[in-house]
Design a protein around this ligand. Structure first.
Ligand SMILES: [Zn+2]
Length: 587
């Protein structure tokens, strides 16, 4: 099993998507307002059995969990894979573990630093930077703050930065590697960051590793980051760690918040021990970065998600730090920026009230139960015991066992033996998660997709005939990755360089797998037709599933008509396809 399959097997698309959209169960599917386009009536659906999603609205597209995470976070396949792998507790060797020479890295730091300086000057001095300057002054940021954080502005231009840096003897290749410019499909390059407020990101040693960038209007995505590069890895980076390090050491406490603006507001108001996790959930690698400065870490969490976060991840952080992690609960949907700007003392108070993450999980769980009732007692045990079981420190583990015994009134020895049984069961359970469903498993790898790719890889001359084959016919994200890369470049060595190393094994297998060499063109044509057929059938099945659902639950007439129309369109395409198939079989 490849590492990609392993990630898929341990990932539930419903869990992942529910972090980004409010899913409601509808029959065998889940529905939500589409997280990619704005709409009033939900036309976004998740299919747990196929582990896939589809938007029947404006996007009219879909895919698997990788394509969702890629689209949602505006990241490439390799980054999505790492994000999901980390979530599933699987380690993937970084594509940059291969020794990048030291001076090459040095050059990338320099390019980033030169870019940061360029953006900073534009913010301070250019007429085009006025909107950004106004935004910052509305936020109440002082000019000292703007300088301390070296905030910047990127012009609304496709080549301004590239030109500026190439005039200063940086090569196109270096700028690509630093993630400052992007190569398009035709091989042209352009600036990655355009018309955005720029937040340079530094490592603990103050070297510029990458950027966060925010739009100045309501367009989406609101924030983008540098991609993973030899000097930038989002999952181990903490924003403002360079500025906060001294204060964190001094106060023996680090506070992790979510956003750039939260950090900047905190620092401006004298809370210099605050760093940010770059938008995603905190990772153990980030906690590890902090460990060199302090073992006392507090997470500022939203009241709605805090319980879950505390239960899911905090014990992991605690094991990394060898001590407990505290949580700061932000009142009702507000972020640290709001709280501090309104009243810095309120932040101080929240900090003082921060409680150990596990205590918080305890309170969350027991608050909704009546512990005088037998059923609720056993619920408390079944929810909290798995958390307690993860605690590596024996003394702390015992502390929480005692606490659980006391709060439920269950005999301590009974609880302790339940824990032991639980641990034994965990050990004998082979995979950490059971495979999701048989369907999800069979869809892990499609034989037809692979056969088609093997044909293409071994017969580059088919490129002339590949117009009819579309990326969306590949349901498997890694197959789709290989196909999209092949469309741009058929030479195997260059193709490999373009792809994430996690896909290399599969690429090698497909490129060398033995195929009969007769009637290649005809086999390929059949393959394309069959892939298209599977794609259309899949689409029709998904549409039909929600059509009946919509009809039952009183979808609007307009919505139903739209779905029906889409159905007619798909049927027409299938009809045309069958006609072509029968034509081919006669030939
Ligand atoms: Zn949509």
């Amino acid at each position: 099993m490849t590492v990609i399959d392993e990630v898929k097997q341990k990932t539930d698309i419903v869990e992942v998507i529910s972090q980004y959209a409010t899913l409601t169960k509808a029959g065998r599917t889940f529905r939500a307002l589409c997280p990619f386009h704005s709409e009033k009536h939900p036309s976004f659906f998740v299919y747990p059995e196929q582990q896939s999603w589809h938007c029947f609205g404006a996007c009219s597209t879909g895919g698997d969990v990788f394509s969702f995470v890629m689209k949602k976070n505006n990241i490439d396949f390799g980054e999505a894979l790492r994000l999901l792998a980390e979530r599933a507790g699987i380690t993937i060797p970084s594509r940059f573990d291969r020794d990048t020479r030291k001076d090459e890295k040095e050059k990338l730091y320099q390019a980033n630093q030169a870019a940061a300086q360029y953006f900073h000057n534009l913010l301070l001095n250019s007429p085009q930077g006025e909107e950004a300057r106004n935004y910052l002054s509305r936020r109440g940021f002082s000019s000292k703050t703007v300088t301390d954080f070296q905030l910047g502005f990127s012009l609304n231009s496709w080549e301004a930065l590239q030109q500026y840096l190439m005039e200063r003897s940086y090569t196109e290749n270096e700028l690509l590697e630093a993630g400052l410019i992007v190569a398009s499909e035709e091989g042209k390059t352009h600036d990655r960051f355009r018309n955005r407020l720029m937040f340079p990101i530094h490592d603990a040693r103050g070297r510029t590793t990458g950027f966060g960038a925010r739009v100045l209007d309501d367009s989406l995505p609101k924030y983008i980051n540098s991609p993973q590069t030899p000097v930038f890895d989002k999952s181990s980076t903490l924003y403002a760690i360079d500025l906060a390090a001294a204060t964190i050491r001094e106060q023996e406490l680090a506070v992790i918040v979510e956003g750039y603006i939260d950090v900047i507001t905190a620092h401006q108001n004298g809370f210099g021990n605050v760093v940010a996790s770059l938008g995603t959930a905190v990772t153990e690698r980030q906690v590890n970065t902090l460990k060199r400065l302090t073992r006392n870490v507090a997470l500022a969490l939203d009241a709605d998600t805090a319980g879950e976060e505390a239960m899911l991840r905090c014990v992991g952080y605690e094991n990394t730090l060898d001590t407990e992690v505290r949580v700061i609960i932000l009142p009702g949907g507000r972020d640290p920026d709001d709280v501090i700007r309104e009243n810095p003392q309120a932040w101080q108070d929240l900090l003082a009230k921060a409680s150990p993450a596990i205590d918080f999980a305890f309170n969350m769980t027991t608050a909704k139960l009546d512990l005088s009732r037998a059923g609720d007692k056993s619920r408390a045990v079944s929810e909290l015991l798995p958390i307690i079981a993860q605690i590596r420190d024996n003394i702390r583990q015992d502390h929480y066992l005692t606490k659980l015994a006391k709060s439920t009134g269950i005999n301590y020895n009974r609880i302790e033996s339940t824990l032991k049984n639980y641990l034994v069961k965990q050990k004998t359970k082979k995979p950490a998660h059971e495979p999701l469903t048989s369907i999800a498993q069979t869809s892990l790898s499609s034989a037809l997709e692979e056969y088609c790719l093997a044909l293409l890889l071994q017969h580059p001359e088919l490129k002339n005939r590949s117009d009819e084959l579309l990326p969306e016919y590949f349901q498997n994200s890694e197959n789709r990755e290989i196909f999209v890369a092949w469309q741009q470049i058929t030479d195997l060595t260059s193709l490999k360089e373009k792809l994430d190393p996690a896909i290399w094994d599969k690429l090698d297998y497909l490129a060398t797998r033995s195929l009969l060499s007769d009637r290649i063109e005809s086999k390929y044509a059949d393959c394309v037709l069959r892939l298209r057929e599977e794609f259309l059938r899949g689409l029709e099945m998904k549409r039909a599933a929600i059509f009946s659902q919509e009809a039952e639950t009183g979808g609007t007439a307009a919505e139903l008509a739209k779905l029906e129309e889409q159905g007619i369109e798909v049927s027409a395409q299938l009809g045309e396809l069958f006609a072509r198939k029968s034509q081919r079989s006669k030939e």
